[in-house]
Design a binder for this molecule. Structure first.
Ligand SMILES: [Zn+2]
Length: 298
């Protein structure tokens, strides 16, 4: 009960939970709700080392970091920050979410129940994407992301999908439907980790790394406009919406991941938007990105 109250308090007070005093334990907070599918932005006193359930988490030099929570994750998350021998630890319980059930019929049967040869191709595509997501991306994570394409949201994150009557893995992405050829642009600065012209399920595919284990994927494209290893700025053309691979109509299947966890792109964008003004403020004042009112007294 105490822990729940503490978590609730931290969520409510996430903007200003702790005073920063040099000689005390590092400041550490998460901004947002600790629930399935979230990618939360957090802050720790710069120079601290942090772990999530014992696994190191990289931070920006100014102290901002993100952590992702998978669709089916349950239990507790313990964040620990250490600096100059002082430690602070916070434990949060992951709240569950309810997911939609979505029926998709009329797909070519071989893409729903692939042949053994197709299974091999699918497995090789998955391995390529997994390897690309694990590449080191040496850049500070941009905090201000935006939608990569305009269009109608035709499928949200998390839905349980039943394809031609067969229950499949949940939809761990956001589908943005629009005419074939609609522009797809980078939601933030990044480095192109993978370009593939013909994946069995994903068709023309692009993966972009943004730093700190955040990767965005662009699937079913009709045209790819970037090359592997290319550094791109926010707004740069990635390619065009299409329906290559397994798709019933032209749309962008947009995946946002942190490490091996797919998170909810819409929630991620919402959390990211909250941070944009802070960063804009930082640029104009060149002060610490932690807003003035959040700093502790000396
Ligand atoms: Zn999709």
């Amino acid at each position: 009960m105490k822990k729940i109250l503490l978590s609730a308090f931290l969520v409510l007070m996430s903007a200003a939970p702790v005073r920063a005093v040099e000689t005390e334990a590092p400041v550490l907070f998460l901004n947002g709700q600790v629930r399935q599918g979230e990618m939360l932005f957090g802050y720790v006193t710069p120079g601290s080392e942090i772990t999530l359930n014992g696994v190191p988490v990289t931070t920006r030099s100014d102290g901002w970091f993100v952590i992702g929570i998978g669709r089916n994750d349950t239990g507790d998350l313990t964040l620990k920050a250490t600096k100059d021998g002082r430690e602070i630890s916070r434990t949060y319980s992951i709240s569950p979410r309810k997911w939609r059930v979505q029926h998709v019929d009329g797909l070519p049967q071989n893409t729903v129940t692939p042949t053994p040869e197709e299974e091999i191709r699918i497995a090789s595509d998955i391995a390529l994407a997994k390897e690309a997501r694990q590449k080191e991306v040496d850049m500070p994570l941009p905090l201000c992301f935006s939608m990569p394409a305009q269009g109608r949201i035709s499928s949200v994150y998390g839905s349980q999908r039943i394809l031609n009557g067969v229950p499949k893995t949940p939809h761990n992405a956001l589908d943005i439907a629009n005419k074939e050829g609609t522009l797809i642009s980078a939601p933030a600065d990044g480095i192109v980790l993978l370009v593939h012209e013909d994946m069995f399920l994903s068709g023309k595919t692009v993966l972009i790394g943004h730093g700190q284990n955040v990767v965005t994927s662009y699937i079913h494209l009709s045209k790819i406009a970037v090359k592997e290893g290319q550094k791109i700025k926010k707004g740069h053309e990635i390619g065009r919406i299409g329906m290559t691979g397994r798709a019933t109509g032209p749309h962008l299947h947009w995946v946002v991941s942190w490490k091996d966890k797919r998170v909810d792109p819409l929630v991620f964008l919402k959390n990211s938007e909250k941070f944009c003004p802070v960063m804009v403020k930082k640029k104009t004042s060149s002060a610490s990105s932690l807003p003035q009112k959040k700093r502790g007294k000396k």
